[in-house]
Design a binder for this molecule. Structure first.
Ligand code: BTN
Length: 251
């Protein structure tokens, strides 16, 4: 990598022009014992990029930021959803450093101007009896609206539409520096307190009525907080509901 300011994350850095999915490739390396913790795989193009809920992650014509990182969390597996939320708030705070005000959409997305600019997919694997996370991050850094296919044109955006001097490697380095600081310098309690506070500040639906669609029910209410496990605390007419999964939209 051009400028190394992290000690662990990205020290083992593998860059592909084209690959099926950085996520699948890192999983393969982990299983083959070829990936030390902190390994980062970056791809300019993915043929079968993986999104959440079995979706695909579209590869734009120009190189963006699509990478997977191998992490070994020190905190208990129940608190792992916090990694997604932490990654989202850190992504938004890096964009803020360039004067671009992004918001986080619980649990995995980052939005600018109501459109998705980044997504997070974390997968938990037990390797040699120890939990490992493969954290997959997609950020649309450099694209025009014409670059997006029709299906996502209305809902997706890129940083370059708001920022003329945003360099992808600079953004990657800033993101890794913040993530490494959070994971290696702070205690679990500090990390959780930071993530909760930043979530409240950057939450897309702050002070708005929302709907949470789950497989067999839809809940309505307001929310501004997540609990220490990353669950959304929804204030409904029946009281506080703890939401661990679902799709949130404004009503
Ligand atoms: C989502 O919003 O659905 C999550 C998207 C995650 C996409 C990234 S791109 C790099 C990494 N490799 C993959 O195949 N997926 C993740």
């Amino acid at each position: 990598m051009a400028k190394q300011s992290t000690q662990y994350l990205g020290k083992n850095f593998i860059h592909f022009e084209t690959i099926d999915s950085t996520q699948s490739h890192l999983k393969k390396l982990l299983q083959e014992n070829k990936a030390p913790v902190g390994t980062l795989i970056l791809a300019d193009h993915q043929q079968t990029g993986k999104g959440t809920q079995g979706r695909t992650w579209f590869s734009l014509p120009k190189p963006q930021l699509m990478f997977s990182l191998l992490l070994k969390p020190k905190f208990p597996p129940q608190k792992l959803p916090m990694i997604n939320i932490l990654s989202g708030v850190l992504m938004a705070s890096v964009f803020e450093e360039f004067g671009v005000y992004a918001k986080v959409k619980w649990p995995n997305d980052v939005y600018i101007d109501g459109k998705k600019v980044g997504g997070i997919l974390s997968e938990l694997y037990v390797h040699q009896n120890e939990p490992h996370i493969i954290l997959g991050i997609g950020m649309n850094i450099d694209a025009s609206s014409a670059d997006f296919p029709n299906e996502i044109k209305a809902t997706a955006t890129a940083l370059s539409l708001y920022c003329t001097n945003c360099d992808r490697m600079d953004i990657l380095q800033r993101f890794l520096t913040k993530l490494e600081h959070a994971l290696y310098t702070w205690s679990t309690d500090e990390l959780i307190a930071f993530t909760q506070k930043e979530f409240e500040r950057l939450w897309l639906y702050r002070n708005k009525s929302i709907e949470v669609s789950q497989e067999n029910k839809t809940l309505r209410g307001t929310s501004s907080q997540i609990d220490p496990f990353g669950a959304l605390q929804l204030k409904t007419s029946a009281g506080i509901e703890k939401i661990i999964s679902g799709t949130v939209s404004a009503i």
